[in-house]
Design a protein around this ligand. Structure first.
Ligand code: AMP
Length: 441
């Protein structure tokens, strides 16, 4: 199966080739023909399934005809990061076309967005708050919108954007195509979908259950030992890109500092950072400048980084949905990935909820050779319920980039001690973390 099966303009096919896509993902196979027919869609799909192209390709096909420099497609997304990612996909896929895509979100200057709107664009990707501002100021005309996309509707709801969405709906024509995407379907989202969709076709990919290409494991550990355990794991196991989630902004910042001091190439991504710093962290992670990104849930929404090989939940997520979205960052586009979750004793109820959704128990593991200091995991042997996480060594181990001498306290007995190499030391000294990140408290 390839993209030629869809009746798309040759310029769009060129864009698809330019993006490097050869085979449509399951959601693209299901959704593209339906959207091309002009039908509304209720898409139950998480980020990482290829849903952006699933709605963007038919939108571009629509824009091959009709007026230019008029807002004809409006995509509303919960975060700036997701908005940027959608706009990037649109720009890549429409490279051979005259179509212009612009983004509208808060936290950055309004003037460039207003200027871009005045110059004219067919596709606007917007976050609700700034979009409403611009509507209120008469800076954006949505009367020509033919397609409305609501992306990650459940997140918009979590973030309190539901009233804003309903307000925005008053400014787009009632006669339109609506494409509605959500990874989960709580009652208020179902109600919104019911109100705004007309005879929709439901497309459902991996509803709620996290991507099947991801393997899951739990690491019981008390909070006080988490950073040591993390260092031991990074030291032991070959990994390319690691995305680590913490519960709070402060914990993200502190953990990134700790890892930086150990010589890892790491950036933090949390809501207290200015937008340009956040983008710099994401870009650095994407282009390989950083091997590790330490993020909070909200800041990480919409991160699109291919080939995240491992997600580590340093702190247990608050909800099953948050778990789903966190681990949706690995195993993307049919690559395989691992989701490791640190588990404190109080996390049992959340673990049970996650296991219910996954449909099977998640393996509990202990890191061989790690000194749990008599804390709860140490009292159980593998034969009593814990699988063993053993050291592995590989060419691309993040651990290989860390100066070995810094992790002695947590070094498993099986790893030999080697002095810090000169290049490793130089790398560690290069651009201290706090200067690179401009992290704020
Ligand atoms: P999304 O779910 O839209 O965030 O997409 C997840 C990732 O899959 C992004 O990195 C896309 O560039 C990538 N992707 C989307 N469609 C395809 C495809 N047909 N083949 C390969 N990669 C894809």
């Amino acid at each position: 199966m390839n993209f030629e099966q869809f009746s798309l303009d040759p310029r769009i096919h060129a864009g698809i080739r330019g993006a490097g896509y050869t085979t449509p993902t399951p959601i693209q196979q299901q959704a593209i023909p339906v959207v091309l027919q002009g039908r509304d869609i209720l898409g139950l799909a998480q980020t990482g399934t290829g849903k952006t192209a699933a709605f963007m390709l038919p939108i571009l096909q629509r824009l091959t005809k009709g007026p230019l420099r008029k807002v004809r497609a409006l995509i509303v997304a919960p975060t700036r990061e997701l908005a940027e990612q959608i706009a990037q996909t649109s720009t890549t896929l429409s490279k051979q076309m005259k179509v212009k895509t612009i983004t509208v979100y808060g936290g950055v200057g309004k003037a460039p967005q207003v200027n871009a709107l005045q110059r004219g664009a067919e596709i606007v990707v917007a976050c609700p708050g700034r979009l409403l501002d611009l509507i209120g100021e008469g800076q954006i005309d949505l009367s020509g919108v033919e397609v409305l996309v609501l992306d990650e509707a459940d997140h918009m709801c979590d973030m309190g954007f539901l009233p804003d969405i309903r307000r925005i709906l008053k400014h787009v024509p009632a006669q339109r195509q609506t494409l509605f995407f959500s990874a989960t379907m709580p009652d208020d989202i179902r109600a919104l979908a019911g109100d705004i969709l007309t005879d929709p076709v439901t497309v459902q990919i991996g509803m709620i259950a996290p991507a099947e290409t991801v393997s899951h494991a739990l690491y019981p550990v008390p909070d006080g030992l988490k950073s040591k355990l993390l260092l031991a794991m990074l030291q032991q196991t070959p990994t390319e890109r690691v995305l680590i989630f913490t519960r709070t902004k402060r914990r993200a910042r502190t953990l990134a500092e700790t890892l930086d001091k150990q010589g890892y190439r790491v950036a933090a991504l949390q809501g207290n950072m200015a937008q340009n710093r956040r983008q710099e962290a994401i870009n650095g992670f994407r282009n390989g400048e950083y091997d590790i990104l330490v993020a909070t849930d909200i800041a990480a929404r919409g991160i699109d980084v291919a080939a995240v090989s491992r997600v580590i939940n340093y702190d247990m997520p608050d909800t099953v949905d948050a778990y789903t979205h966190r681990i949706g960052r690995t195993g993307r586009a049919q690559l395989t990935g691992e989701a490791f979750t640190f588990m404190e004793q109080d996390d049992e109820p959340m673990v049970r909820a996650i296991e219910r959704v996954l449909g099977s128990p998640v393996e509990r593991r202990r890191v061989v050779g790690f000194d749990y200091g008599g804390a709860f995991p140490a009292s159980k042997s593998a034969s009593q319920g814990y699988a063993e996480h053993r050291p592995q060594h590989g060419r691309n181990a993040v651990a290989n980039r860390a100066p070995a001498s810094h992790t002695e306290a947590v070094r498993p007995a099986t790893v030999a001690t080697t002095p810090e190499s000169a290049p490793a030391k130089a790398r560690r000294r290069r651009r201290p973390y706090w200067r690179r990140q401009g992290a704020q408290g």
